[in-house]
Design a protein around this ligand. Structure first.
Ligand SMILES: C=C(O[C@@H]1C=C(C(=O)O)C=C[C@H]1O)C(=O)O
Length: 282
């Protein structure tokens, strides 16, 4: 059997899917490679990974080379608690101002631009930097952070009383469209899937079982998340109740709505068809 090189976004939002694999509770014979979303996006597209959790916008940019794995995503139906725009002034006053974007994200950067174009009607200037709240806020009017970096930064803003406006982009997207937001998908390279369909069928089954294992062993998941992130238990509990790792018809509709706005904003070149492994038309 071919060994699958599987990418793991090293944030808490993917832990419910990887927890059982990390601990060897479910069999996985392949290699687990951890990284930021942008690192894994690049590795998949350059052929260094076969499957990975991938920024959902990158699927839209590489539809011809990829399949979506069924029943998996990183989504939130409203506030997501880990995608924040921190700013010195309210978002509506950011016209012509500079915003630092985390170098770890792809989808959330597209979401920010969509919301600025179609919801706030504000045009800003953008620069990309490594995720560091203090550095970003010292040289710009706003900073976009994602994942565990954003959760830690938000906690600091609260605990230290930092004078920033904090905008949750999942919440704004929901207000704007009424839809949930799908931030990440599990993606397979098409050539690998077509050569190794049995391995992929088995992996799909294992990942869904892994998600079920995390739900049934919630205390273990929380303890691991606490050890790994150092974040307070109440923050983690709220986060795991917020993050959703499913991918059903509602998620698909929401994702296509996002892609439509990305297309209108010139962030993707074509309207997108979702090609899910094992489903008709894939
Ligand atoms: C909700 C999140 O989802 C993520 C956001 C991503 C992005 O912006 O490109 C990619 C993968 C996910 O980790 C988050 O990281 O906070």
């Amino acid at each position: 059997m071919a060994k699958v090189r599987l990418g793991q976004v090293d944030y808490l939002n993917c832990l419910p899917v990887f927890h059982a694999l990390e601990d060897g509770i479910l069999p996985f014979e392949g290699e687990l490679i951890k990284g930021t979303p942008t690192m894994l996006n690049k590795m998949l597209l350059e052929g260094e990974l076969d499957v990975t959790a991938l920024s959902s916008i990158e699927y839209a940019r590489h539809v011809d080379k990829c399949f979506i794995l069924p029943n998996l995503s990183v989504s939130a139906d409203g506030p997501v608690h880990s995608i924040f725009l921190f700013s010195h002034v309210p978002v509506t006053e950011l016209e012509g101002k500079k915003i630092c974007l985390t170098s770890s994200s792809s989808t959330s950067i597209a979401l920010l631009k969509v919301l600025f174009d179609h919801y706030y009607h504000v045009e800003a200037k953008y620069e990309t930097q490594a995720p560091d709240l203090d550095k970003m806020m010292s040289c710009a009017d706003g900073a976009l952070l994602i994942g565990d970096d954003a959760m830690r930064a938000n906690l600091r803003v609260k605990e230290e009383g930092l004078p920033y406006h904090v905008t949750d982009l999942g919440e704004v997207w929901k207000q704007f469209t009424g839809e949930r937001m799908v931030f990440a998908l599990w993606i397979i390279k098409k050539d690998f899937a077509l050569e190794h369909p049995e391995e992929i069928d088995l992996l799909c089954k294992t990942l869904v079982e892994a998600k079920e294992y995390a739900a049934a062993n919630y205390d273990g998941l929380l303890k691991k998340a606490r050890r790994r992130s150092g974040l307070p238990m109440e923050v983690l509990e709220e986060y795991f109740q917020t993050i959703n790792n499913d991918f059903d018809e509602g998620h698909k509709r929401a994702l296509l709505t996002f892609y439509d706005y990305c297309y209108k904003s010139g962030l993707i070149e074509e309207r997108v068809r979702l090609s899910v492994w094992g489903e008709e038309g894939a």
